[in-house]
Design a protein around this ligand. Structure first.
Ligand SMILES: Nc1ncnc2c1ncn2[C@@H]1O[C@H](COP(=O)(O)OP(=O)(O)OP(=O)(O)O)[C@@H](O)[C@H]1O
Length: 358
């Protein structure tokens, strides 16, 4: 599957993060008050827009990059910047590609990145900034301090969001055991899961951007995201109306992830991914889960067995009421597994009710 421009930008951010040789070279160019135009990859399309310059084919080093940047023209490196392939190259991209940039260096960088799909870095001599161009995206590299400040703010938000998510998830489990879940409870859980996912993704971009300076941050995120559970796909499997628009759980997850921040505030809009109609249905309607999410919390139940259990019992309530013999009637479930499922379900029931009332 082709990567999205955002994913390609993330991969490039990792290649120029603090601690890498390439970043060291770029910082040297910046400190030396020269500029540079650096292409990160070489293929036939790049070759076809290169004019003049010379082939060098040497190992990459920050000082070599810095020295070569003193010459007019662009530098072409291989994809992971382990070799410098050409220097003093005139790049001649398609001039009809629209660009918002002013200055020939930056216009060229943007056009080359769009035309070839290869990341291009420009170091501006006059503005003293390093910018990445990846497909149609532009990203200005900052020093670690401002990025860390934003990352720490995001981390504090993640901590709050995580606490709230744990609360609503525990409450959903307890309501499921009591058969009292409403569409509103499901929508709130999906909303909170998506908020945690978004802020975690934002922080993971900061971690990439910070390279060696982001190690502590990455440990903190790891701590705040462990035991997060199966995510929105299981909630959707539990509550979606399969007949509504025929979408698969994965497609519904994608719809949820595509919602704007305004959509994400509206519980009716969120519930629409389940097949709920905000203009006719009530958020207070009681709904029954199939049991996928709770079963995913029992390690000894692989997904295929969970599906068979769900199909057999047709709803969590019937499954909760099943004894060992009932469970053994399900294809692929022997006595041992039946006991594990029974104990697992009873444990979940006890802990969710305890969490709710303690
Ligand atoms: N098409 C190109 N191919 C290779 N190098 C280029 C190209 N266009 C510009 N450059 C490089 O950029 C340098 C600066 O060009 P120019 O002053 O027009 O750009 P600029 O966008 O104003 O850059 P800066 O922000 O660094 O001042 C050129 O001397 C040349 O080395």
């Amino acid at each position: 599957m082709p990567r999205s421009p955002e994913d390609a930008l993330k991969a490039t951010l990792a290649r120029v993060a603090p601690g890498t040789q390439l970043r060291d070279g770029l910082e040297r160019i910046l400190r030396g008050r020269t500029g540079a135009l650096i292409v990160l990859g070489f293929d036939r399309t790049i070759d076809s827009i290169c004019s003049g310059g010379f082939d060098i084919g040497i190992d990459f080093s920050p000082t070599r990059l810095r020295e070569l940047a003193k010459m007019d023209g662009a530098i072409v490196c291989d994809r992971d910047a382990s070799n410098i392939l050409r220097a003093a190259v005139q790049l001649v991209p398609d001039s009809t590609i629209p660009t918002q940039e002013s200055g020939t260096r930056h216009r060229t960088a943007e056009r080359v990145a769009i035309q070839t799909g290869v990341p291009v870095i420009s170091v501006s001599q006059s503005m003293q900034i390093i910018a990445l161009y990846v497909n149609g995206l532009r990203h200005v590299l900052e020093g670690s301090e401002p990025v860390l400040a934003r990352a720490n703010q995001a981390l504090a938000t993640l901590e709050r969001y995580r606490a709230r998510l744990d609360q609503v998830t525990n409450s959903l489990s307890a309501l499921e055991i009591e058969a009292m879940v409403t569409v509103r409870d499901v929508a709130i859980t999906l909303q909170r899961q998506e908020m945690v996912r978004r802020i975690s993704e934002e922080i993971s971009q900061y971690v990439l951007e910070l390279g060696v300076d982001g190690r502590l941050l990455s440990l903190q995120v790891e701590e705040l995201t462990t035991g997060l559970g199966p995510g929105s796909e299981m909630v959707l499997r539990d509550y979606m109306d399969p007949g509504s628009n025929g979408a698969s759980p994965e497609e519904r997850v994608a719809t949820l992830q595509g919602f704007s921040s305004t959509d994400l505030i509206d519980l009716g809009t969120i519930a629409s991914v389940l097949g709920f109609n905000p203009s006719t249905d009530s958020l207070d309607a009681v709904v029954q889960p199939k049991g996928y999410r709770l079963l995913s919390g029992i390690k000894a139940v692989p997904p295929a067995v969970a599906t068979r259990l769900v199909d057999h019992f047709d709803g969590l309530q019937n499954m909760m009421a099943a004894n060992i013999e009932d469970l053994m009637a399900v294809d692929g479930i022997g006595e041992q597994r039946a006991r594990t499922v029974r104990e697992g379900l009873s444990r979940i029931a006890e802990t969710s009710l305890l969490d709710r009332f303690m």
